[in-house]
Design a protein around this ligand. Structure first.
Ligand code: CA
Length: 224
């Protein structure tokens, strides 16, 4: 599940991104309204977290543009504007929810899950490939009847690969999506993490799902 955060306060956006990533989401950030709308219309997201007051183009205008264009992606407003008429306006424009800053992360997460549950096509709670199963809500992974003891990062890495199964992921993509940074000079971090993950996910089993594409990256696939 991929979430877009449109928020101009860098620190707030990064805090939110970190929390969501720890909960198995893959996250993009846009720091102004124009970038945000561009990403929202060109990429596929399960949900958008939208600020109201943004540079270049505000949150009201973004959701209006999306809804006018027939885009039904779930939107949660996250704004310091706490007046009732603001909240009503946001919902009237087609937002699925409206949370006032400062907010509690656990409440936001609960609301995200409720909204995603209403959009079942965009939110598989359990992802499977072959006998590998990842339960994103309970944070559990297993192969067949064997449960896998994964660290938070290993779980995120596996969730990313499973979500984008069949797609070769570069080290850059993996480091950005899992660690939120790009280890340009030290891509070894990704290789080490993949090696650890393989030890748990593939080594004990006859059928391997993680494959190396030399010179490009890694892919999760149930084809040999
Ligand atoms: Ca703002």
């Amino acid at each position: 599940m991929r979430i877009l955060i449109i928020e101009d306060e860098q620190k707030a956006a990064n805090y939110l991104k970190k929390g969501l990533m720890e909960n198995g989401f893959s996250v993009d950030i846009a720091n102004d309204g124009e970038d945000g709308l561009h990403l929202a219309t060109t990429e596929a997201y399960s949900l958008i977290i939208l600020d109201v007051m943004l540079p270049i183009r505000g949150g009201w205008s973004i959701i209006k543009e999306l809804r006018d264009g027939g885009n039904d992606v779930p939107v949660i407003f996250l704004s310091a504007r706490d007046a009732v008429h603001d909240r009503v306006h946001g919902l009237e424009l087609g937002a699925d929810d409206y949370l006032v800053k400062p907010y509690s992360f656990s409440e936001l997460l609960a609301r995200i899950r409720i909204i995603l549950r209403r959009h079942p096509l965009q939110q598989p709670e359990v992802m499977r490939i072959g006998d590998l199963e990842l339960d994103l809500v309970r944070h559990k992974a297993r192969r067949g009847s064997v449960s896998l003891d994964l660290t938070v990062k290993e779980f995120q890495l596996l969730a990313l690969m499973l979500r984008r199964r069949g797609e070769v992921l570069s080290r850059t993509t993996i480091s950005e999506q899992v660690w939120g940074i790009n280890f340009d000079s030290d891509t070894n971090v990704v290789d080490v993490a993949i090696r650890r993950l393989r030890k748990k996910v593939d080594d004990p089993f006859p059928f391997k799902v993680i494959h190396t594409i030399r010179g490009v990256g890694y892919v999760l696939d149930d084809k040999a």
